[in-house]
Design a protein around this ligand. Structure first.
Ligand SMILES: Cc1cc2nc3c(=O)[nH]c(=O)nc-3n(C[C@H](O)[C@H](O)[C@H](O)COP(=O)(O)OP(=O)(O)OC[C@H]3O[C@@H](n4cnc5c(N)ncnc54)[C@H](O)[C@@H]3O)c2cc1C
Length: 381
């Protein structure tokens, strides 16, 4: 069932059960960006297990927006999001996006193949690459592909924009409120949901539960989509020689690590993708130690120590695309999950698409994109 927009007005409260058009499970960037889009049209509540919002993957990313990254539907969502977030930056008079070009190192053959396959990339010669990134060791690559449209995102500012806009439109946000049980209304009008100490009824329940999305689906009587969390780590390290704060992000063609300036430090990731259980992902020290040796072999920066490190979960189904849309079998249950490594850079456009699907206002032009992300597509589960 699609949820028709209605005036956002006073909530119906009976015996402490609050009645909403939409209840979003998960207070990460997915849930909050959707509340930003839905809040002005529907009465919405966001419920989050943790005491604070964006506690899990959304605060553990590398904060990049790379138009050349990912399959075609992701690139489309990223381009749309970029325009929307530029508009948000202009409204805030604060730059949420700052240029952070992406240099992909490889052999001449690897670089030619990358550039052929991707409109966002231009080939750089060995000398041009060293000009852009003088701390690279000359012998470790032949050429590079440059995505000069890549950006770094001020993720806390973007999430705070989504949250504050949603709240200003009347959305209720409840932390410390894990959804522990749901019951479908017998008359097919939605769900009764218990979240922590709160009881709600909602016309549509949205599953924006990140690594827990398949668990939440089962709680709502839906079949899992085969979403698997994969751990990935990031460390902030200090260096012997100064880091050029405006330098590019650098990765090899096989994407087996990356590094980029983080102020006066370097942000590094071993790009591991190891299946994990939903939960508080932990750093594996050996991964970081091995990565430091690799980066020391590639640059002259000389890593001297680890300032801090963290691990988060990138959750996606087998085909690597997000799952966005109404569940195939359970009425009033909507998916906004499986964003993998793209949940920051696609958030604005993916939330807009999800809101249009929920309110039944999808543009015809977006049918193909919606079908590519649909929970009804072949191969899920
Ligand atoms: C190391 C790393 C680097 C990354 N770099 C990038 C990047 O550069 N660019 C990019 O676009 N993406 C990146 N990502 C991916 C990005 O972080 C994720 O795609 C995105 O944060 C997912 O957001 P989310 O809201 O779906 O998940 P989360 O932020 O995990 O939010 C889901 C929330 O649901 C809550 N929840 C779960 N179950 C329940 C329940 N039963 N009741 C109530 N609440 C519940 C959880 O507590 C959690 O807070 C990276 C990820 C990692 C780990």
């Amino acid at each position: 069932m699609q949820c028709s927009p209605r005036a956002v007005g006073p909530l119906v409260c009976q015996h402490d059960i609050m009645d909403y058009d939409g209840l979003i499970i998960g207070g990460g960037i997915a849930g909050l960006s959707l509340a930003w889009r839905l809040g002005p049209q529907l009465s919405v509540v966001v419920v989050e297990t943790e005491p604070s919002l964006a506690f899990h993957s959304s605060s553990r990313s590398a904060r990049q927006m790379q138009p050349s990254y990912g399959p075609a539907p992701i690139q489309e969502l990223t381009m749309r999001s970029r325009l929307m977030v530029e508009q948000i930056s202009a409204e805030l008079a604060a730059p949420i996006l700052v240029p952070r070009p992406l240099l992909t190192l490889g052999t001449r053959t690897e670089v030619a193949a990358l550039v052929d396959a991707n409109d966002h990339l231009e080939a750089l010669s060995h000398a041009e690459t060293l000009e852009r990134s003088p701390d690279l060791r000359a012998g470790v690559f032949e050429a590079a592909a440059l995505d000069s449209t890549a950006l770094e995102v001020d993720v806390p500012a973007l999430i705070e924009f989504y949250r504050s806009q949603a709240v200003a439109a009347g959305t209720l946000v409840r932390t410390d409120s894990p959804v522990v049980s749901t019951v479908q209304n017998t008359n097919g009008t939605g769900f009764a949901v218990t979240a922590g100490d709160h009881s709600f009824t909602a016309g549509v329940v949205v599953n924006a539960a990140g690594a827990w999305a398949d668990t939440v689906a089962q709680l709502c009587g839906a079949r899992p989509c085969g979403l698997v969390p994969h751990r990935r780590s990031v460390a902030i390290v200090s260096t012997e020689h100064p880091v050029n704060a405006a330098g590019p992000m650098v990765e090899p063609a096989d994407e087996s690590y990356y590094y980029r300036p983080e102020g006066a430090h370097l942000l590094i990731s071993p790009c591991e993708s190891v299946p994990a259980e939903p939960g508080h992902a932990q750093v594996v020290d050996a991964d970081i130690r091995e990565l430091i040796s690799r980066i020391d072999a590639v640059t002259t920066l000389g890593i001297t120590g680890v300032e801090r490190a963290w691990t988060g979960l990138r959750t996606h189904p087998a085909d690597g695309l997000p799952v966005v849309g109404h569940d195939a079998d359970v009425p009033n249950f909507f998916w906004l999950a499986g964003q993998g490594g793209y949940g920051i850079q696609t958030s604005a456009a993916m939330a807009t698409l999800a809101a249009a699907l929920i309110t039944g206002t999808l543009e015809d032009d977006d049918d193909e994109l919606a079908a590519a992300l649909s929970p009804r597509r072949a191969g899920l589960g």
